[in-house]
Design a protein around this ligand. Structure first.
Ligand SMILES: Nc1ncnc2c1ncn2[C@@H]1O[C@H](COP(=O)(O)OP(=O)(O)O)[C@@H](O)[C@H]1O
Ligand SMILES: [Mg+2]
Length: 197
C-alpha cells in the first residue's frame, strides 16, 4: 500500500506528499521587497531542480524531477524512511560514498542532515532537499557539508562515532581529496565548540 498524504511547512517552502508525487512550493517572504522575493524564489526553485538532476546524472540517487514551475518543483516521491530513522553502519558508509561523488563533481549539498537523506523500501539511498545546494570545490564548503552531517548523527540512537567512521570509509573510497576535507571538518567542529562557549 502506498504511503498516505502528508504536508510539511518549513521556513522556505510547503512540501506536500500526494500519492506518487511531491510538490515543493516556495512561499512568499513578506519581509522581502516583492520583486526581490519573487526573483529569489524563482532562482532557488530553478537551481534546486538543476542540481537535483545534475547529482542524479553523476550517479547519486535523487528523486526524478517531473515538473518545474516558477515557484514549485514536482518530483517523484521516494517510498521509504528518513535516514535519521533507519541509519546503520552500512547506510552511513553508502552515504559517505555518495557524498564523495557529489563533492568530486563540485556539488555541495548545503544541508546534509539525516533528515534530508532517505532510505527507500528498495534499500537505495536517496538524497533530497537540494534547496541550499551550490556548485563549489573549496575544502571549506566540503568541510562544512561533512561537519553538518556529523552533527546530525549525534541525534541518532546508534553510536554516532561508529556511524561517523563508516561514513569516512565510504567517503574516502570515492573521493581522493577526502583526507583534506575530513581534517577541515574537524577544525570546523573545534571552531564551533570555541564559539559556543
Ligand atoms: N521526494 C520525496 N519523497 C519522499 N518524501 C519527501 C520527498 N521530498 C521531501 N520529502 C519529505 O518532506 C520533508 C521536507 O522536504 P524537504 O525537501 O526536506 O524540505 P524542507 O526541509 O526545506 O522543508 C522531508 O524531510 C521528507 O520527509
Ligand atoms: Mg529538509
Amino acid at each position: 500500500m502506498r504511503s498516505s498524504n502528508e504536508r510539511f511547512q518549513c521556513a522556505e517552502a510547503i512540501v506536500e506528499l500526494k500519492g506518487e508525487l511531491v510538490y515543493k512550493r516556495r512561499i512568499e517572504k513578506r519581509y522581502r521587497v516583492r520583486e526581490i522575493d519573487e526573483r529569489i524564489r524563482k532562482e532557488r526553485t530553478k537551481s534546486e531542480a538543476k542540481i537535483i538532476s545534475e547529482a542524479r546524472r553523476k550517479g547519486v540517487p535523487t528523486p526524478i524531477i517531473v515538473d518545474v514551475e516558477e515557484y514549485e518543483l514536482v518530483m517523484e516521491r521516494v517510498d521509504g524512511n528518513l535516514a535519521k530513522e533507519v541509519i546503520d553502519e552500512d547506510v552511513s558508509e553508502r552515504i559517505g560514498e555518495f557524498v564523495g561523488i557529489l563533492h568530486k563533481n563540485g556539488i555541495i549539498h548545503g544541508d546534509l542532515t539525516t533528515s534530508n537523506i532517505m532510505v527507500g523500501k528498495d534499500n537505495r539511498i536517496y538524497f533530497i532537499d537540494f534547496g541550499l545546494s551550490f556548485i563549489e570545490s573549496s575544502t571549506e564548503a566540503r568541510g562544512v557539508d561533512v561537519h553538518v552531517f556529523f552533527q546530525s548523527l549525534k541525534g541518532t540512537h546508534e553510536s554516532h562515532e561508529q556511524l561517523k567512521e563508516s561514513f569516512i570509509t565510504g567517503y574516502k573510497r570515492t573521493f581522493s581529496d577526502a583526507s583534506q576535507v575530513l581534517k577541515r571538518a574537524e577544525e570546523i567542529e573545534r571552531r564551533g565548540r570555541y564559539v559556543e562557549r
